[in-house]
Design a protein around this ligand. Structure first.
Ligand code: PHE
Length: 338
């Protein structure tokens, strides 16, 4: 029976359509079954009697429609599968915030420098600047350190071939301040200084200091202590344990070293405090009469105090940074923390 043959053909075609593993295999099935020379086209109803032809033609059309529908459905399934695969591969989370430009931040040294400038400005001090390439006179001679003086060896100096040098401390700005402004004088001078140092966790060849100086009538060690304590409690927002030791600097007399108890280890000792529990933070003293005199100030009329603050070291203490080399590493992972 032709109609049985049609039924068989239809069910075979449906099985093959379902079995097609990809669009190419499906296309092969389509050509085999529905194509112009395909199995459906080869069924010849022309030879049938007119009475048989009608039902057979209907059955043939129905089979063609069923097969075509199955074919379209399978084709769509392949297309949907391909789309899904692409969506999986090109998946994008649009709810994630865009990275955008990162906000910058101030270097820890800059932060503390700015705070110190604000504090001392409020106390009536001028903020002065001086050159990083200094004359031998301003860096040494005018600070009571003449050429043959052994104190020159306290500071390993980068000399330039023209006889100038990279300033080893901010103290030359004291001299420039006295020369330029005269007494009475209240000034600080933050800035970068250089020493020919072996670099390790607590020594850098390039670091920052803040110089402080006050010249007025009857200035004593008590005034100096007052300003240094005001400074330290403003920076650390708490009481810090300090000690004052005698210290020698040719440009002060008497001279002291102000140490603070190490804020990294709290006293027992660590690499930053060289296992001593104390960190030298502020050398200071009363301005030596020779220094005043050399800058044109009469030591019988005026007196003063001066201090030098290790700004880099202070930043390390406040932010609990245990290696000075991080400060100029340029490492953004470090800098973004501030
Ligand atoms: N300029 C000195 C130094 O860097 C520190 C200092 C400053 C000492 C002011 C006394 C007074 O070593």
């Amino acid at each position: 029976m032709l109609e049985d043959q049609i039924k068989q053909l239809e069910s075979d075609a449906l099985v093959r359509i379902q079995a097609a593993k990809n669009p190419d295999e499906l296309e092969t099935v389509r050509v085999d079954v529905l194509g112009r020379k395909g199995s459906l086209a080869q069924i010849n109803i022309g030879k049938l009697s007119p009475a048989e032809r009608g039902p057979a033609g209907k059955a043939l059309n129905a089979a063609r429609q069923t097969i075509e529908a199955a074919f379209e459905a399978r084709k769509e399934a392949f297309a949907a599968g391909a789309l899904n695969e692409r969506l999986q591969a090109e998946w994008l989370d649009l709810s994630l915030p865009a990275p955008g430009p990162r906000p910058g931040s101030l270097h820890p040294v800059t932060r503390i420098q700015t705070e110190i400038e604000d504090l001392f400005t409020s106390l009536g001090f001028a903020v002065l600047d001086g050159p990083e390439v200094e004359t031998e006179y301003h860096n040494f001679d005018a600070l009571n350190i003449p050429a043959a003086h052994p104190a020159r060896d306290m500071q390993d100096t980068f000399w330039l071939t023209d006889g100038n040098l990279l300033r080893t401390h901010t103290s030359p700005v004291q001299v420039r301040g006295m020369e330029r402004l005269g007494p009475p004088l209240r000034m600080i001078a933050p800035g970068r200084v250089f020493r020919n140092e072996e670099v390790d966790a607590s020594h850098e060849h390039t670091f920052y200091q803040v110089e402080g100086m006050m010249v007025d009538r009857n200035v004593s060690v008590a005034h100096m202590n007052y300003f240094m304590k005001t400074l330290l409690s403003a920076i650390f927002h708490r009481e810090v344990t300090v000690r004052l030791r005698p210290g020698y600097f040719p440009f002060v007399e008497p001279g002291f070293e102000l140490d603070i108890q190490c804020l990294i280890c709290g006293g027992p000792g660590c690499p930053v405090c060289k296992q001593s529990g104390w960190v030298e933070l502020m050398p200071c003293g009363l301005v030596h009469p020779n220094v005043l005199r050399m800058s044109g100030i009469d030591p019988d009329q005026w007196g003063g105090f001066a201090f030098g603050l290790g700004l880099t070291r202070l930043a390390m203490m406040r932010y609990v940074i245990d290696d000075v080399r991080l400060m100029q590493s340029g490492d953004l992972r470090f800098l973004r923390q501030f």
